[in-house]
Design a binder for this molecule. Structure first.
Ligand code: CU
Length: 216
């Protein structure tokens, strides 16, 4: 029994030793090849990565430089676009402005107006009163000038539409505008500043029939 076991054990031990030797030899062979592989592969791989890195570094710097050169092109392009042409077109047309009375009250429906300097204006004054006549005058000044023009208008009489011959009048209706009627006045907006407009029918300016035009 013991002898038989010994034989079997020795046989197995021999087999194990053989396989161990074989595995060991393969491992040794593999280990021996590793340096060769290592000697061959790393330099190639390293060289490739370096080449790639350099190759990428150049395009990035090249693409970075064209970007600024491409940017000025669009900025110069809008400058040459004829955008001033369309903006110049509305300046030729007269700007319509509508101004009325606050119903039958001795007031304009707009206490303030705003225009652009040098703009051609067609102001249509609508007398919304039933019977009361009004006029519209724009003077080159503030309340002081308006007060003087108003006083001169009263002196000029109804026949003149209470409108005096005064160089400080920038624009005005031809005369009195009857209730329910309208009149258009064409003029060019003066230089930037504030101007008073008023009605010189006796007593109306004093009752507050005036407004301020702001020209920008
Ligand atoms: Cu009036």
């Amino acid at each position: 029994m013991n002898a038989h076991f010994r034989e079997m054990n020795t046989q197995r031990l021999d087999q194990l030793a053989h396989t161990a030797r074989a595995v060991g030899a393969r491992m040794l062979a593999a280990l021996a090849l590793l340096p060769l592989l290592a000697a061959c592969l790393p330099p190639g791989a390293a060289a490739q990565t370096v080449v790639k890195a350099v190759a990428r570094a150049k395009p990035i710097s090249e693409t970075a430089t064209p970007a600024p050169t491409a940017a000025p092109a669009p900025t110069t392009a809008p400058a040459s676009t004829p955008t001033p042409a369309p903006t110049a077109a509305p300046a030729i047309r007269a700007q319509p402005v509508s101004l009325g009375t606050n119903g039958g009250e001795w007031q304009f429906d707009q206490a303030t107006l705003e225009l652009a300097a040098g703009e051609d204006i067609v102001l249509t004054f609508n007398n919304g009163a039933k019977t009361t006549a009004h006029n519209w005058l724009l003077v080159s000044g503030g309340d002081d000038v308006a007060t003087e023009v108003n006083a001169a208008g009263m002196a000029s009489g109804e026949g003149a539409g209470y409108i005096p011959d005064d160089t400080r009048i920038i624009a005005r209706t031809a005369g009195l505008v009857k209730g329910g009627q309208s009149e258009s006045v064409t003029f060019t907006a003066p230089a930037a500043g504030t101007y008073v407009y008023l009605c010189t029918f006796p007593g109306h300016f004093e009752l507050g029939m005036k407004g301020v035009l702001t020209v920008k």
